[in-house]
Design a protein around this ligand. Structure first.
Ligand code: BES
Ligand code: MN
Ligand code: MN
Length: 446
């Protein structure tokens, strides 16, 4: 494997600041799509198209036809999350840098490095794998995948395949590759409160006028109880507990709560519902998080003002059996109910995703397990994921098994400063997926 060349090529891809949630980066998203399209052409795709959006196109590719061979649809995303706060990066997020065998850059693990891995694996072994490749690499995953959703609703035949492969996740621990059986869903919203026509002098009016920040703080405080239970009426009604068997298998995973607190969370204590294990809280229970609060005065110096408006960005993670549409209604109702009558409270939904469940019984899962076993010495353990990939339910609608896996490690710092990918994981990953394609090619799909 020519690792120097591969590293140069991946560096080129990672240099493009394809931040999908920020319109000032639209041209960069387009450039990242061009980069992917160039790779697909180089791989011999008969068809390479930009679909559905001028600024964040879905890159569609159809590999060389191999009659009678299985069809594998590869899904991934070329967009990344914003890199702020920039001051916390040891080296700038879009100047990929190798330190200590790790490649540091925004998107190194989520998901450009992993898309790169899946593409380069096609050429990892001598001779092309006998697989009919299809590619669906989108540029809006970090922004809710609206364009791709619409596309798949209009053209569901794009997902026709014998299997779908997604590498956008991590090993469960170093040397422990995983295959994921569920993803959480997401309900992202802005909650705003207005308390008066305009801001007021806090001396003239303080003591007798309502304060938007105070009302918002109280409202948010009511949406979760101090023990960590989300206080949205009806939210838990459809939540199913994992089976005893599944909970027992989680106990055998290489996961230690104390170690998770000390090295990953790096806080003073873990929070949440103490009656449940940490893995159950991360994988099988809904959450409510506040992402940011704006309004009032945050400029330099001091200003004595009573703000008339305040807004919070919040989200709930959803677990299998919950439905986004239902949770949206429940959240809106809770806000209406908890806001006092003199406060105008409103909820605006920004994006979201249903949770996903995949059965891991299809023979393709055995082949992936075998490929990992051969290359890294251990097969895939079934696990659940706390994160979300909005289009996964839509990708599975046609009946193809959706293989959720990845080459990241738990300490890759996705969405955070100093995101990285261990190069050993990448080189191993290229060998693993190369071997997987070869094994899949031999699968009888007639
Ligand atoms: N790759 C992640 C999803 C992920 C992360 C799955 C960790 C499993 C473990 C993906 O890029 C992501 O960040 N998704 C967003 C989706 C949202 C913006 C709609 C998420 O989960 O916040
Ligand atoms: Mn991702
Ligand atoms: Mn992400």
């Amino acid at each position: 494997m020519d690792t120097d060349r591969l590293l140069r090529e991946l560096t080129e891809f990672l240099r493009i600041p394809s931040v999908s949630t920020d319109p000032s980066h639209n041209a960069d998203c387009r450039a990242a799509a061009e980069w992917v399209a160039g790779e697909l052409r180089r791989l011999g795709c008969r068809e390479v198209q930009f679909l559905a959006s001028g600024t964040h196109p879905v890159v569609w590719g159809v590999g060389p036809e191999v009659p009678g061979a299985p069809t594998l649809l590869i899904y991934g995303h070329y967009d990344v999350q914003p890199a702020e706060p920039l001051g916390e990066w040891t080296t700038p997020p879009f100047e990929p840098t190798v330190r200590d065998g790790k490649l540091f850059a925004r998107g190194a693990a989520d998901d450009k490095g992993q898309v790169f891995c899946l593409l380069k694996a096609i050429e990892a072994r001598s001779g092309r794998p006998p697989v009919n490749f299809r590619f669906l690499i989108e540029g809006e995953e970090e922004h809710g995948s609206r364009v791709l959703f619409e596309l798949l609703r209009r053209e569901p035949e794009r997902t026709r395949a014998d299997a779908v492969l997604i590498a956008d996740m991590a090993y469960i621990a170093p040397r422990w590759p995983a295959v994921y059986t569920t993803l959480r869903g997401l309900c992202y919203a802005e909650i705003s409160v207005r308390t008066a026509k305009s801001d007021l002098h806090s001396g003239e009016f303080g003591g007798a006028a309502p304060n938007a920040h105070e009302e918002l703080a109280r409202l948010l405080g009511r949406l979760k109880t101090p023990d960590g239970k989300v206080h949205v009426p009806g939210l838990y009604a459809s939540v199913k507990r994992p089976s005893k068997v599944e909970l027992a298998t989680w106990k055998r995973l290489p996961f230690r709560e104390a170690e998770f607190l000390k090295h990953r969370v790096q806080a003073q204590a873990l929070t949440g519902l103490k009656a449940y294990s940490v893995l159950e809280r991360l994988w099988a229970l809904p959450t409510f998080e506040i992402h940011g609060i704006t309004g009032g005065f945050m400029g330099n110096g001091a200003k004595t003002v009573i703000p008339a408006e305040a807004t919070a960005k919040v989200s709930l993670r959803l677990v299998p059996n919950q439905k986004l549409k239902m949770v949206e209604r429940q959240l809106a109702a809770a806000v209406r109910r908890f806001a006092p009558k003199h406060v105008q409270a409103s909820v605006k939904f920004l994006h979201g995703a249903d949770p996903a469940t995949v059965k891991v019984t299809h023979p393709a899962f055995k082949l992936l397990d075998q490929a990992f076993r051969e290359v890294v010495g251990r097969g895939t353990v079934p696990a659940r994921a706390g994160g979300s990939i909005p289009v996964v339910p839509a990708l599975g609608k046609g009946g193809a098994p959706v293989i959720l896996t990845g080459i990241g490690l738990p300490d890759d710092r996705l969405h955070a400063p100093n995101e990285k990918l261990d190069l050993k994981q990448l080189w191993d990953g290229i060998r693993v997926f190369g071997r997987f394609y070869e094994l899949l090619g031999a699968l009888d799909v007639s």
